[in-house]
Ligand binder design. Structure first.
Ligand code: BES
Ligand code: ZN
Length: 455
C-alpha cells in the first residue's frame, strides 16, 4: 500500500488517537497539572513505540519530562530529529469557549480543543507520519523524536537536556511543525521567527492602600503612573522609545521587501476575522512586515487596585504589569531586557519605586531558504498541495530553535500546517482536519525528498 492510501484508510484511527491526547490537560504553566503533563508524556511515548520506534523513554527534568524516541536502522543514512511539544497554554477565559477545552469536538471539519493546533495536533502528525512510513515500508532514513513539555513556559529544561545530550541528539536536520501556512490554498514554509524578551514590572507608591477621596489628587496613584509610563514606551508613529532598541534590527533591502510584499494577503479579511475596523502599528510598514520583520512591545497583563464586584474607592499602593517584546534579527534578548529595565526605571517619577524582573525569553531565528532541508520541504509541499510554497517570516517565537543551532549546530526546518485563524492561545483553539491529514502526508514526502537529497 502507498502512503496516501494508508493515511486515507486510517483517518478515523489517527483522529481518535489525537483526541485521546487532547483530553489530557497538560498545562505547563500551572503546577496543579503536573501529573497530567506526565500522563501526556506517557501517551506520546507509547504512541511512538506503537508507531515503530525501537526505543522511547521519558527523560526526567527539573520541570516536565522530555519524551525521547528513535528508529535507527542504518547509521549511514541521514537522521531527522523531530521536535515538538505536548504542553499547552492555560485555557482561560473558560467562559469564552463554546465547548470545554479538554473535551475535543469536531465541528465544521475542525478539531476544537486546547492544543489542537499548538502543538499536540501538529506534533502528533509526526508520530502518524512515522507509523505511515513503517506500515508502508517506506521510511528512508533514521528518525529521532524529542517532544518537550515546557515550550509554552520557556523550554528551560530542554536547554539543559540539549547541552547534556549532544551525542544522543546527533542528526542532519531538525524538523518542527509548530507554525502556520498562509492559507489552505497558499502553502508556505516558515523562514523566520521572532525572538522574545518578557518582563514584569511593579510600581509601588504609598505604603498602604488609601482612601481615594482623602488622598486622591495629592498622592500619585501607582496605577495611573504605570499607565503613563507604559504610554511613553511607544511614540505616535508606533516606534518603541527605548534608547538603543532598534540599533541591531536588521533592515531589509527594498528588493527583499518588495519580494515579501508579493505574498498574498487580504487586509479586509484579516480585519473582519478579528472584528476590527482598522489595523495599527509601526508607520512605514505593512501588516505582514509588522508581524514578520519588525520588533514590537505589548502589555500582556496589568493589574492593581480593586477589580472585584461593585465599586471601591481606593488609591492602591501598587500596580503591576507583564510586558513582552517580540524581537527580530539581530536583536539580543538579554540586551533588550536590560535596555528595557534601564529605560523603564528612568520613566518613574520620584513618588514611586519601580522594580523590573525578567521572565523567559529567546533569540529570533531565520532559516536559510537555500538549504537542502528547505528545498526538500518545498518539493514535499509541491507534491501534496500541488503548488510551490512561499517562504514566510512569522511573528511567533520558538526560542529553542536558536539554541539548537548554537548547541547542536543544527538548522531547524519549520514546516507547520496551522492557520493564523486557528485561535492558538485563545478560546476555541482549533485545527483543520484537512491540515492534520495533509500535514502527515507532506511530512512523509519530506522524508523522501530529504533522504534522497542528503543521502
Ligand atoms: N507555536 C507557537 C509559536 C508560533 C505560533 C510560531 C504561530 C509561529 C506562528 C509556540 O508554541 C508559542 O506559542 N511560543 C511562545 C514562546 C514563548 C512562550 C517563549 C510564543 O510565541 O509566545
Ligand atoms: Zn504556543
Amino acid at each position: 500500500m502507498n502512503q496516501k492510501d494508508y493515511i486515507s484508510e486510517n483517518k478515523q484511527k489517527f483522529l481518535n488517537e489525537l483526541l485521546e491526547l487532547l483530553k489530557i490537560p497538560s498545562i505547563s504553566a500551572d503546577s496543579k497539572y503536573k501529573s497530567d503533563l506526565v500522563k501526556a508524556a506517557e501517551y506520546v511515548k507509547s504512541s511512538l513505540l506503537e508507531a515503530g520506534c525501537d526505543h522511547s523513554e521519558l527523560c526526567p527534568t527539573e520541570g516536565h519530562p522530555i519524551v525521547y524516541g528513535e528508529k535507527i536502522f542504518d547509521a549511514s543514512l541521514p537522521t531527522i530529529l523531530v521536535y515538538g511539544h505536548y504542553d499547552v497554554q492555560p485555557p482561560d477565559p473558560l467562559e469564552l469557549w463554546d465547548s470545554p477545552p479538554f473535551e475535543p469536538v469536531i465541528k465544521n471539519e475542525k478539531i476544537y480543543a486546547r492544543g489542537a493546533c499548538d502543538d499536540k495536533g501538529q506534533m502528533f502528525m509526526h508520530v502518524k507520519a512515522l507509523e505511515t512510513m513503517m506500515e508502508t515500508d517506506s521510511l528512508p532514513c533514521n528518525v529521532k523524536f524529542m517532544i518537550e513539555g515546557e515550550e509554552e513556559v520557556g523550554s528551560d529544561s530542554l536547554g539543559d537536556f540539549v547541552k547534556q545530550n549532544k551525542e544522543k541528539l546527533k542528526a542532519d536536520v531538525i524538523l518542527i511543525s509548530d507554525t502556520s501556512i498562509i492559507a489552505n490554498d497558499i502553502p508556505s514554509i516558515t523562514s523566520g521567527l521572532r525572538g522574545l524578551s518578557y518582563m514584569e514590572v511593579k510600581v509601588v507608591g504609598p505604603n498602604r492602600d488609601l482612601h481615594s477621596g482623602v488622598y486622591g489628587g495629592a498622592v500619585d496613584n501607582p496605577i495611573n503612573v504605570l499607565c503613563e509610563m507604559i504610554a511613553k514606551l511607544k511614540d505616535e508613529n508606533g516606534r518603541i522609545t527605548i534608547p538603543g532598541f532598534y540599533d541591531k534590527v536588521e533592515e531589509l533591502s527594498e528588493e527583499v521587501r518588495a519580494k515579501m510584499a508579493k505574498r498574498p494577503f487580504d487586509l479586509d479579511e484579516y480585519k473582519s476575522d478579528l472584528g476590527i475596523e482598522e489595523v495599527n502599528g509601526e508607520e512605514g510598514y505593512s501588516t505582514i512586515e509588522r508581524v514578520g520583520i519588525r520588533p514590537t512591545l505589548d502589555v500582556n497583563g496589568i493589574w492593581g487596585g480593586y477589580t472585584g464586584e461593585g465599586a471601591k474607592t481606593v488609591l492602591p499602593s501598587e500596580a503591576q504589569a507583564k510586558i513582552s517584546m517580540r524581537l527580530v534579527p539581530d536583536q539580543d534578548t538579554d540586551e533588550i531586557a536590560d535596555l528595557f529595565a534601564k529605560h523603564f526605571k528612568s520613566l518613574a517619577p520620584k513618588s514611586v519605586k519601580v522594580t523590573v524582573t525578567k521572565h523567559h525569553g529567546g533569540q529570533p531565528s531565520v532559516t536559510d531558504v537555500d538549504s537542502l532541508a528547505f528545498q526538500a520541504a518545498s518539493a514535499a509541499f509541491k507534491d501534496t498541495f500541488d503548488k510551490e510554497p512561499i517562504p514566510s517570516r512569522e511573528g511567533g517565537s520558538i526560542p529553542i530553535v536558536a539554541l539548537f543551532k548554537e548547541e547542536l549546530g543544527l538548522d531547524s526546518l519549520l514546516m507547520g500546517f496551522g492557520l493564523d485563524s486557528d485561535a492558538i492561545h485563545s478560546p476555541n483553539e482549533h485545527y483543520g482536519l484537512f491540515n492534520f491529514y495533509i500535514g502527515i502526508e507532506t511530512i512523509c514526502r519530506f522524508y523522501q525528498h530529504f533522504s534522497k537529497m542528503a543521502g
